[in-house]
Design a protein. Structure first.
Length: 132
């Protein structure tokens, strides 16, 4: 039996394993690697630890506006689908349980919101009223 995600230790494991896959992926890896240089990965990962700790464990500490950072990227449905596929694959490889299931559910929700907001931005030229 695999452990559930119950602490920042598991969050770090999830994030580290996931972004290792992302960096090596043929579709989304080049987008990340072009924008996040090797020396910038540690701060990015720290931000992701805080983000997922907030989303899954209710820990406060994340500050940011993730949609604004992602809006200018050359991404579309295929990129979101691959991101979600890699995230769910990583969760399922290492964890199982209530919070692991929540991680997959929340990732799909976040991806859907981002994709919808990106479509709105590109079709209207205006940022959605609600930023996340």
């Amino acid at each position: 039996m695999k452990p559930d995600i119950t602490s920042r230790t598991e969050i770090k494991q999830l994030v580290d394993q996931f972004y290792q896959k992302v960096r090596e992926d043929d579709l989304i890896g080049p987008i990340f690697n072009e924008r996040i240089k090797p020396e910038a990965w540690p701060p990015h990962l720290e931000k992701m630890y805080s983000f997922w700790s907030m989303v899954l464990l209710g820990e406060m500490g994340y500050r940011g506006h993730p949609f604004a950072k992602h809006a200018p990227l050359p991404i579309d449905h295929q990129h979101f689908s691959r991101w979600l596929e890699l995230f769910e694959e990583t969760v399922n490889e290492h964890f199982e349980g209530k919070i692991a299931d929540l991680a997959v559910l929340r990732s799909k929700s976040i991806g859907g919101v981002f994709e919808s907001k990106l479509e709105h931005l590109r079709s209207t030229g205006h940022f959605p009223l609600i930023d996340s």
